[in-house]
Design a protein around this ligand. Sequence first.
Ligand SMILES: O=c1nc[nH]c2c1ncn2[C@H]1C[C@H](O)[C@@H](COP(=O)(O)OP(=O)(O)OP(=O)(O)O)O1
Length: 212
Amino acid sequence: MLRYVTTNPGKVREALQYLDDGVEQLDYDYTEVQASELGPIAAHGAREAYRHANEPVLVDDAGLFVDGFDGFPGPYSSYVEDTLGVEAVSRLVASELEDPRRASFDCVLAYCDGAGFEASPDPVDRDDRTAAAARGAEQGDEETEALPVKLFTGTVRGRIVAPRGEGGFGYDPIFEHEGTTFAEMDAEAKNAISHRGRALAKFGEWFAERTQ
Ligand SMILES: O=c1nc[nH]c2c1ncn2[C@H]1C[C@H](O)[C@@H](COP(=O)(O)OP(=O)(O)OP(=O)(O)O)O1
């Protein structure tokens, strides 16, 4: 049984469209190491979640990266959603940046099942200091650190706008792609173009071959 590791029901709804049978949510809050990119966070999370579950796991780490803010809130998107809130992010972007207020949604899926496969190279953080901190967090368990992890990434470009739409979750109401916000799309339309949908499609292809 593959476990989709997240505490976020919005992510699960989208993932289940791709990974129907034999997937169940594992509501496990893995340690999010501090890093300026999603890769190291997801890889660390997948190793930790696999150790916890003892079953194949898929960790989903995602974030909103605003071009004009040098990628903020990025890996801190969840924290910023909980503290500032998405409407305040939209207002902040509108007051500080000229139109078009370009941004990306990025998603990194990290798969770990404890077995050997051609793993992705360990993700390196641009900022050595935070990479060192990430390594530090893993220290003391070399076996966990050595577990192979496979990464799948997806990204989508868009613009930050005033909130529109009722669907989706998180930053969906303020992220517009080709004239429509993610919150104005149904899950299927969003999956067809979203960061998560693209990463899930890549994972699904690889996983189907692996389990044939
Ligand atoms: O498609 C999306 N549509 C809207 N917002 C999104 C999306 N994808 C990620 N996001 C936001 C939600 C959260 O503020 C942050 C992810 O944070 P992230 O740490 O990956 O997930 P989380 O804390 O919600 O749950 P968990 O870590 O248990 O999977 O970016």
